[in-house]
Design a protein around this ligand. Structure first.
Ligand code: GUN
Length: 281
């Protein structure tokens, strides 16, 4: 059986570190602030933003959740972001994705000040990551790197295969692994003979968005398998990895729920405190 990576436990460790930093900052009269904006009432998004807001408050961050109707115009949202960019109480601004159909995601992301872009989605932060410069790193891939570090799983020289090429997970994940000296392959929906790549992966990151896509027969024995998928099947949460078969083949495996998910939120808190400290100096 694979050794399970307990993301919930590691997220607690990370959140405690963050809470300590927040406490020190508060002693000096400085409170980190985060504002989360949600448009519409998408049930999964509502649940995510409430989780983020609650976790931020729990570590002592001043957190505000702004819920707006789906009908909000893009101009009104851009105006709000501009106001928050200049509001000293908030060091981090997060606009929950996906946005309503009538909004242009790129325009909205670009409107967020790169210094407050705790999601790391602004093109300046994306460019910084690609160039190896300092900047904000997207929370989910950062959480994966942190889990690997906590577990003492080295990446250097390993064959890392990332499945999925989204801006939120796949692409920044590949950049981070490359920066950690892995040999990185990105596979996606158009990849021919996907199994030939996954079977060679010492480290397999599944960020496809299809339930139980990665089965035990396409995993290299002893591999570290990180499941970034969050799918709902018959109301039940499941990942992109078929746990029952991969559990018999992998060396390390993250469960869903309780794997990468809790780390994503922990990294949002980490980035918010980083943003606050950069602005305090
Ligand atoms: N939607 C799904 N994941 C994310 C995330 O990490 N940040 C934002 N803003 N929206 C998301």
């Amino acid at each position: 059986m694979a050794q399970l990576i307990d993301g919930k436990q590691w997220a607690l460790v990370s959140r405690e570190e963050t809470a300590k930093t927040v406490s020190d900052l508060k002693t000096n009269g400085f409170t980190p602030g985060l504002v989360v904006i949600l448009l519409g009432e998408h049930p999964a998004s509502m649940s995510y933003v409430k989780g983020k807001d609650k976790a931020a408050t729990a570590v002592g961050i001043h957190s505000e959740l702004i819920q707006l109707p789906t009908s909000t115009t893009e101009a009104a949202l851009l105006q709000l972001i501009e106001r928050l960019n200049h509001d000293d109480r908030y060091h981090g601004i997060l606009v929950q994705l996906p946005l309503p159909q009538h909004m242009n995601e790129e325009t909205v992301i670009r409107a967020i000040s790169p210094q407050k872009d705790v999601d790391g989605f602004h093109p300046l932060n994306v460019g910084a990551l690609t160039s190896g410069l300092p900047g904000f790193i997207p929370c989910t891939p950062l959480g994966v790197m942190k889990l690997l570090a906590y577990e003492g799983i080295s990446v250097e020289g390993k064959n890392a295969v990332v499945i999925g090429r989204s801006n939120i997970v796949g692409k920044p994940m590949a950049q981070l692994l490359l920066r950690a000296n892995a040999t990185v392959t990105i596979c996606h929906s158009k990849t021919h003979n996907l199994a030939s790549f996954t079977r060679e992966a010492d480290l397999l990151i599944a960020a496809i968005g299809r339930p139980n896509f990665i089965t035990g027969d396409i995993v290299k024995p002893g591999a570290t398998v990180i499941d970034v998928g969050i799918n709902r099947v018959d109301g039940k949460l499941c990942g992109d990895v078929e746990f029952s078969t991969v559990d018999h083949v992998a060396g390390f495996l993250t469960p869903v729920p309780g794997g990468v998910g809790p780390m994503t939120i922990a990294m949002l808190l980490h980035n918010t405190v980083e943003a606050a400290m950069l602005m305090a100096n």
